[in-house]
Design a protein around this ligand. Structure first.
Ligand SMILES: C[S@@+](CC[C@H](N)C(=O)[O-])C[C@H]1O[C@@H](n2cnc3c(N)ncnc32)[C@H](O)[C@@H]1O
Length: 251
């Protein structure tokens, strides 16, 4: 059996870091391929599995290799309170693009138009996973697979498609762009094949995305408040979709 540190070094350059027990739990639940997982305290990690993820107890028992605390700390930038870390194979871009292009679609695609904040992007991926959205597409320079985004997404990048595209490459479907100047969202039923676009934290929707939008929708907001946070806007919009048309698939 190859020792875990050698395995880690072999995969580290192109794999996705799963930082902490919960990220590993989510990734495994949604079918991630995990070639190596380490912990500084196997007993504690398996006790957590027993308590929070009995469905994965056996898989984690077979997967988790105990390494000395110092070795664990040398593999991650910031040790996690659960002292668990793993590497997962990043899903193929081709497969992701095929899912995004497929119609009819059973749940919307979320587009973040040139997002700037890595934590917001992670929170949106977590929301998209929770609502069973088809995927999250970002435009612009932010890498939606950046380790900080993956950390914010709690391992749920494996539960939805996550890709970066240009505005011209956006998936098919009616494009609903969210903007405080739009029509009140409460008068609109969002279809399952909707593409839901949100602007950048700093400057809102780009001119290019606005030009492509079929509808401009606003979330209710009292006068004198300028805007909501990006991730909370996505949360309200996905909730509106789920309440008026779709629903998280497992509910
Ligand atoms: C922090 S806001 C952007 C604020 C930016 N200064 C602007 O000029 O729009 C980020 C994104 O969240 C969405 N958003 C925030 N508040 C909204 C609202 N009341 N209605 C619709 N979308 C909203 C929009 O997509 C917006 O581009």
């Amino acid at each position: 059996m190859t020792d875990p540190v050698t395995l880690w070094r072999a995969h580290a350059d192109d794999a996705v870091l799963l930082d902490g027990f919960h990220a590993l739990k989510h990734a495994l639940r949604f079918g991630a391929e995990v070639p190596v997982a380490v912990t500084a305290d196997r007993r504690a990690a398996l006790a957590l599995a027993e308590e929070l993820a009995p469905d994965l107890r056996d898989a984690l028992d077979g997967l988790l290799a105990e390494v000395p605390e110092r070795t664990y700390a040398s593999l991650v930038a910031r040790p996690h309170p659960t002292a668990v870390a793993a590497l997962a194979v990043r899903p193929s871009r081709e497969a992701g693009l095929r899912v995004l292009a497929r119609v009819p679609r059973h749940a919307p695609v979320v587009v973040l138009d040139n997002p700037r904040n890595l934590g917001n992007a992670g929170a949106v991926i977590r929301l998209a996973a929770g609502f069973g959205a088809t995927g999250v597409v970002t435009t612009g320079t932010l890498d939606p697979w950046h380790p900080t985004v993956v950390r914010g997404g709690a391992g749920l990048h494996f539960a939805t498609v996550v890709e970066r595209l240009t505005v011209e490459e956006l998936p098919p479907g009616p494009l609903f762009a969210l903007d405080p100047e739009g029509e009140d969202i409460r008068g609109t039923k969002l279809p399952d094949d909707a593409v839901l676009a949100f602007g950048s934290e700093r400057s809102g929707l780009s001119a290019e995305l606005r030009a492509r939008a079929d509808h401009l929708l606003a979330l209710p907001m009292r006068p004198q408040v300028s805007s909501y946070n990006l991730a909370t806007s996505v949360a309200m919009t996905l909730y509106h979709w789920s309440a008026t048309a779709g629903a998280p698939r497992s509910v």
